[in-house]
Ligand binder design. Structure first.
Ligand code: ZN
Length: 95
């Protein structure tokens, strides 16, 4: 049963076809000069079509996006356990 929810809560990410990139891309909402919201490509900031596809994290990874630590060896992070940006708040793990 199709339940069309305009803004799914967590674990859904808006993808759309970007004409400039020529592939499905992750999108985000930006404000144009008039202060109106528009959805643009995360890569090139080109406004994308309104055919949003809300995907799960798994689908997003299949499209080439990753969450958290990079899938490779994460050399940039220096040490494991924290986020690569060194923001301090997410480096502390509680068990
Ligand atoms: Zn693009």
């Amino acid at each position: 049963m199709p339940t069309l929810t305009p803004t799914p809560r967590d674990a859904s990410f808006p993808m759309a076809d970007c004409a400039a990139c020529g592939k499905p891309v992750l999108t985000y909402v930006a404000l144009d000069d008039d202060g109106a919201e528009r959805r643009v490509c995360v890569h090139c900031d080109t406004a994308v079509a309104d055919h949003l596809k809300w995907v799960s994290p798994g689908e997003l990874e299949q499209a080439g996006y990753y969450f958290g630590a990079p899938p490779a060896d994460g050399a940039a992070a220096g040490e494991k356990g924290g986020c690569s940006t060194g923001c301090g708040s997410c480096a502390v793990k509680k068990h």
